[in-house]
Design a binder for this molecule. Structure first.
Ligand code: PEP
Length: 235
């Protein structure tokens, strides 16, 4: 079971260190797999147990080069980063990343043999069209992605549920994940307004293998509480 925290553009280098140290201390003997994605300015080498990884929220698909403002793979290797978020909806909609660029990033990261949390999710207009429209949209986002890649994790995050406080209904999450599971033999996460109050019921869904959490995870005590609940669910 994977519990991942996406810091987005929050936390400093100092507060990330404190956060990682508290989480590492709490989760070191648990069975839950924890992922933390700080901003790139806070990446560093941390002393962590095997079930905890620090990852990058973004990278440019090049080892190094002239890509002003971007972070290449050489800069990630310096901190032994081996988990990456690819295709997050904010990168798609705010930063304008196309399916083509996202696929390029996926292929690059796969060639580097690193873990990829590949994010997909439909906007509200598509959601309003019903479950077939949603699945069609998601499969389009997955086009060209090697779904057999052994370090691939898929995060299903309906765009309208991200940062809104309004998680998708449980039945809809399970429906979508179970359809995806028919063709994807990799862990499937749900993301979109997950918090301590709803994480247990989401993790209990048959097809859900974990969660990707934004805002509710930025406070370290809240994140630790969610890890604790997840660990209880494993018992
Ligand atoms: C996210 O950004 O991946 C996310 C799920 O955010 P939030 O938990 O705030 O909805």
């Amino acid at each position: 079971m994977i519990i991942a925290s996406n810091f987005k553009t929050n936390h400093t280098r100092k507060s990330t260190r404190e956060f990682v140290s508290k989480v590492a201390d709490f989760a070191k003997n648990l069975s839950v797999d924890v992922r933390i994605y700080p901003p790139s300015s806070a990446l560093d080498c941390f002393d962590l147990s095997k079930n905890i990884k620090i990852g990058a929220q973004n990278f440019y698909p090049a080892q190094y080069g002239s890509f002003t403002g971007e972070i290449g793979f050489e800069q990630l290797e310096e901190f032994k980063i081996d988990s990456l978020l690819v295709g997050h909806s904010e990168r798609r909609s705010i930063l304008g990343e196309s399916n083509e660029l996202i696929k390029e990033k996926f292929d690059f990261a796969k060639a580097k043999n690193v873990e990829i949390i590949f994010c997909i999710g439909e906007p509200q207009t598509v959601w309003a069209g019903g479950s077939l429209a949603v699945l069609d949209y998601l499969w389009n986002q997955l086009e060209g992605i090697d779904l057999k890649y052994e370090k691939l994790i898929i995060a299903y995050e309906p765009v309208w549920a991200i940062g809104t406080g309004r998680s998708a209904p449980l039945e809809e999450i399970e429906n979508t994940l179970s359809f995806l599971k028919e063709d994807i033999d990799r862990p499937l996460l749900y993301g979109g307004s997950v918090k301590a109050e709803n994480i247990a019921e989401i993790l209990r869904l048959k097809s859900c293998d974990g969660v990707l959490v934004g805002s509710a995870s930025w406070n370290v005590e809240n994140f630790i509480e969610m890890i604790k609940i997840a660990n209880e669910e494993l018992k």
